[in-house]
Structures are given as structure tokens and as C-alpha cells.
Design a protein around this ligand. Structure first.
Ligand SMILES: O=c1ccn([C@H]2C[C@H](O)[C@@H](CO)O2)c(=O)[nH]1
Ligand SMILES: [Zn+2]
Length: 137
């Protein structure tokens, strides 16, 4: 899948930072926003949503992915993730994203400094478990 242009990355990073403003994180106080770039240029975003029953909390990346799939999208070119420190996605989110595109760009951005790191999802999750491992029914 083609890589995003710098100006598209800037736009996606802004969307992730805006999504972060909606983060519901009263327990960890770690606020995260994520924005997906759909082929064609549409952007779908999400934020982390925590719960008093801690393990029910869901990361911004999976919220954005579920929102995009709910809107009919099945292919993603890139995801930007905005947080303090510019963290990389957790293992669960890497697996969740890999269902849709193993070669998508993952742009991790620090909202305080603006620093960015860009990786391919396949670099973050090599040898992913996928449908090819499942029996054909
Ligand atoms: O990449 C990440 C890492 C963490 N979180 C959320 C989950 C939890 O609400 C909080 C602390 O882990 O940050 C995300 O949304 N995305
Ligand atoms: Zn996660």
C-alpha cells in the first residue's frame, strides 16, 4: 500500500491529537488519540475509553478501528497515535490492526514535542497470527 505524503501525515497526526482531547482516562490519566487513514483520504479517529473495572478499558487504536469498520471500511493505509511520549501500540492493538493491513504505516507522535516515529505494522508485529492459520470451513 502506498505511503502517505508528508502533508497527509501532518493531517492524520492533527486528527489523532484532536481525538485525544476526547480521551476518557480518569484512572490512568494517560490520554491517547488515534486516527486511521482510509484509502481515498477519509479519516476515522478514536480515543481510549477506560472503566472502573480496569481490564475493560480499550485503547484508542482499537476504538478507531472498530469505528472505521462500523462505517464500512476494511482497509487502512496508516494510523497516527498521539500521546505524551509518543507511545507505540500495545500488543493487542497490533494484532487487532493486523486483521486489516499488515503493511500499514504506524505513526507515533508525542503531543508535547511533536516528535514522530514511523514504522510499518509488520515491523511491530512480525509473523502475525492471521486467517491463513485457520482451517477453511
Ligand atoms: O497505545 C496505547 C497505549 C495505551 N493506551 C491507553 C490504554 C489505557 O487507557 C491507558 C493506559 O495504558 O492508555 C492507548 O489507548 N493506546
Ligand atoms: Zn492497545
Amino acid at each position: 500500500m502506498t505511503e502517505l505524503k508528508t502533508r497527509e501525515i501532518d493531517q492524520l497526526v492533527r486528527a489523532a491529537a484532536e481525538a485525544r482531547d476526547q480521551a476518557y482516562a480518569p484512572h490512568s490519566h494517560f490520554y491517547v488519540g488515534a486516527a486511521l487513514w482510509i484509502p481515498g483520504g477519509e479519516i476515522v479517529s478514536g480515543c481510549n475509553v477506560e472503566n472502573a473495572s480496569y481490564s475493560l478499558s480499550i485503547c484508542a487504536e482499537r476504538v478507531a478501528t472498530a469505528a472505521a469498520v462500523s462505517q464500512g471500511h476494511r482497509a487502512f493505509q496508516a494510523i497516527a497515535i498521539a500521546s505524551v511520549g509518543g507511545v507505540s501500540p500495545c500488543g493487542a492493538c497490533r494484532q487487532f490492526l493486523s486483521e486489516f493491513a499488515s503493511d500499514m504505516q504506524v505513526i507515533m507522535t508525542d503531543v508535547l514535542t511533536g516528535a514522530r516515529q514511523i514504522r510499518k505494522l509488520s515491523q511491530l508485529l512480525p509473523d502475525a497470527f492471521d486467517a491463513s492459520s485457520l482451517p477453511v470451513t
